[in-house]
Design a protein around this ligand. Structure first.
Ligand SMILES: Nc1ncnc2c1ncn2[C@@H]1O[C@H](COP(=O)(O)OP(=O)(O)OP(=O)(O)O)[C@@H](O)[C@H]1O
Length: 217
């Protein structure tokens, strides 16, 4: 982990869906080169917090300081049923910012698919992939963006042990290159991978408690 200044700062963020307040004054920083895990029970506000960090939702009070571009890897993309998208099309959605020549973009798509264990999948129909293959396609979409901040919502949820291992290695490699990696997770293994874990409880950051016997709560 590096000691450079944060790439994202969340200041006292509040968020409501209609009358339901989901986040109550959450503050945190995301540093370059670290893997930060956001954990917590179902409904505690993890995905909502990730969306605020990504800028796809805006806090009702408080604010988010984004010093660098971010990429968000969602759990389930909003792709209308019946739209004939190939795997390459879905990964290419991550390249909208780039002005690189087409051949270079194609090469980055091919590389990203190889990295996530889907070599040669470019022309496959995205809708016909398995859940784990879709998840890895979305991770490839995040990787091609090459942003200093990579946010992932439950990236390992549908993956088998080998794929998890591969994605762990990729996330660690990204962090070693200075990327700030933030993942929402329930998964004990991913919490082990993280340099730092923040737990949400009912929309607030839970205090980190270490009992005298060394048990970390
Ligand atoms: N689009 C939405 N409209 C209304 N309420 C929502 C919406 N999205 C989430 N919520 C509500 O906000 C609360 C927090 O949801 P969120 O998805 O952020 O939690 P989470 O910790 O990521 O949950 P999980 O572990 O189940 O994915 C829940 O009560 C949920 O019902």
């Amino acid at each position: 982990m590096t000691t450079h200044s944060p790439l994202v700062r969340v200041h006292e963020a509040h968020f409501s869906y209609g009358h339901e307040q989901v986040l109550h004054g959450v503050s945190l920083s995301v540093n370059p080169g670290e893997i930060l895990a956001i954990t917590g029970a179902n409904g505690s506000g993890k995905s909502t917090l990730l969306e605020l960090i990504a800028g796809t939702n805006i806090p009702s009070h408080g604010h988010i300081e984004r010093i660098a571009p971010v990429a968000l890897v969602v759990q389930r993309p909003n792709i209308p049923a019946g739209l004939p998208l190939t795997v390459a099309d879905v990964v290419a959605m991550g390249t909208w910012r780039t002005r690189a020549p087409r051949a270079q973009v194609r090469e980055s798509i091919t590389n990203a698919l190889s990295r996530v264990g889907l070599p040669g999948f470019e022309r496959r129909d995205f809708a016909q992939l398995s859940g784990g293959q879709r998840q890895r396609t979305l991770i490839a979409q995040g990787l091609v963006q090459q942003t200093p901040v990579l946010l992932l919502d439950e990236p390992l949820a549908s993956l088998d042990a080998d794929s998890r291992e591969k994605i762990h290695e990729i996330l660690r490699a990204e962090a070693n290159h200075g990327t700030a990696v933030v993942l929402v997770t329930h998964d004990q293994d991913s919490q082990g991978l993280a340099d730092r874990t923040v737990t949400l409880r009912d929309g607030r950051i839970a205090p980190h408690v270490i009992l005298s016997g060394g048990i970390d709560l």
